[in-house]
Design a protein around this ligand. Structure first.
Ligand code: ASP
Length: 421
């Protein structure tokens, strides 16, 4: 048994859906679980729709954009307008409208009831399309498989229940066909409500299925040839890492490599399930493999780039030293304001943090700290992490830029830099 996960970029057009169907068709000699994300950038569009609705702005332009986007792809795939897919999609659009009414409810709850619907639309389109081209498959509502608590927007998985449900459902489906199609990003709580697993959570969904079914392997199909040593949008000459260990992949994802969701690796590592990262544009090429048997250390440096950083230095106003009490309060304020810390450094009288820049959260943070601390900051910075670095690699990355903070250990160097230009 295998699990395939297809992200939004693989199904952002009718051609994309057809390509995905071809890839699936070539792997049906054994049972296959297919997990899909929302099409293209539809999750962002749903977030925009929710914001407009919440702020009492006109929602129609965004709603129509989402609707037309899906219908346009559907028309190309199903020229027969009486095909059942159209009434199925109307059913989901009706759910979108219903989610409008949750304006007085908790934001995170409403978010999940609306934003999770992108995956409902994409998985239905894919499943019906597979059927149309003769690939027998069964669409499954993932709420009946992945059981979470009711932490909306960040559902915590109940592994015991999920394993029972996933196994039961897979057994039923695979008794009749070799392909199960379901949604990434979503789980369901004990009341059957949608609970999302966090942005980019479809990789995690795939890892949950892989773990619970103890499959042979999981493949994540991407628009890049595999796990690269750098993001090609920011670094030229990015190269593919053919094999890496789970531990290395976790480290890279932790420092911000966007190729895979950091939470996805651990479940795979626990059951030693190999993870392939392959290109949906070149499906027969080798891609990368992440396992335990790969050699320990990649043969090349790996670069992780994080733009939009702010470097904040915090000084106690009473000239006391930065000690445990101050630190625990500072961490508390960061956590309260959902500021994600990427790097810390302290001296006797100051504490410095590099964090993701978010204007609103940052202003709240400064307001909360300003009673007891003096706060200074530099914004619009970049954080570059280099794993397995050499002096030459650091020099090349820095060029003639100003380094505001640098931290190194034996394997990893982190540099906070002023932006180029
Ligand atoms: N569609 C969701 C997102 O864009 C989940 C995913 O694609 O992984 O965050």
């Amino acid at each position: 048994m295998q699990v395939f996960k297809f992200g939004g970029a693989s199904i952002n057009s009718a051609k994309g859906v057809q390509n995905v169907a071809q890839i699936i068709a070539q792997h049906l000699n054994k049972p296959l679980v297919v997990i899909v994300s929302a099409m293209g950038k539809m999750t962002n569009a749903f977030e925009d729709l929710l914001a407009a609705n919440r702020e009492n702005r006109d929602t129609m332009p965004i709603y129509n954009y989402i609707r037309d986007y899906h219908l346009q792809i559907t028309y190309e795939l199903f020229p027969d307008k009486s095909h059942r897919i159209y009434s199925e999609l109307e059913g989901v659009f009706f759910m979108v409208m219903n989610a409008y009414k949750l304006n007085d409810e908790d934001y995170d709850y409403q978010y999940d009831q609306m934003v999770g619907l992108g995956e409902m639309l994409s998985s239905k389109i894919l499943s019906y399309y597979l059927q149309q081209v003769g690939i027998s498959n069964q669409w499954v509502d993932v709420k009946t498989c992945i059981t979470t608590d009711s932490t909306f927007r960040e559902g915590k998985v109940n592994w015991t229940l999920s394993e029972i449900h996933i196994r039961e459902i897979a057994k039923k489906v695979f008794a009749t066909c070799n392909c199960l199609v379901t949604q990434g990003f979503i789980g369901g709580d004990d009341k059957g409500r949608m609970v999302t697993l966090g942005r980019e959570g479809s990789d995690y969904s795939a890892a949950i299925f892989a773990y619970c079914l103890n499959v042979e392997n999981l493949t994540i199909w991407k628009d890049v040839p595999g796990f690269l040593n750098a993001d090609p949008r920011y670094f030229k000459d990015a190269q593919k890492l053919d094999k890496i260990t789970y531990s290395e992949a976790i480290e890279l994802a932790y420092y911000g490599a966007t190729i895979i969701h950091p939470k996805s690796i651990k479940p795979l590592q626990n059951r030693r399930i190999p993870l392939f990262v392959k290109s949906f544009n070149d499906p027969t090429s080798e891609g990368s493999i992440i396992t335990n048997t790969a050699s320990e250390k990649p043969k090349m440096p790996c670069y992780i780039y994080k733009p939009n950083q702010v470097l904040i230095s915090i000084y106690p106003k009473d000239f006391s030293f930065i000690a445990e009490q101050n630190l625990s309060y500072i961490f508390f304020v960061f956590a309260e304001n959902n500021m994600k810390i990427n790097l810390i450094q302290n001296s006797a009288v100051s504490f410095t943090v590099c964090a993701d820049e978010n204007k609103q959260r940052f202003e709240n943070l400064i307001a909360a700290l300003s009673n007891n601390f003096k706060v200074r900051y530099n914004d619009r910075l970049e954080l570059i992490t280099i794993r397995h670095y050499s002096e030459k690699d650091i020099k090349n990355v820095v060029g003639d830029r100003v380094v505001l903070l640098e931290q190194r250990n034996r394997t990893t160097a982190q540099l906070v830099l002023q932006k180029q230009g």
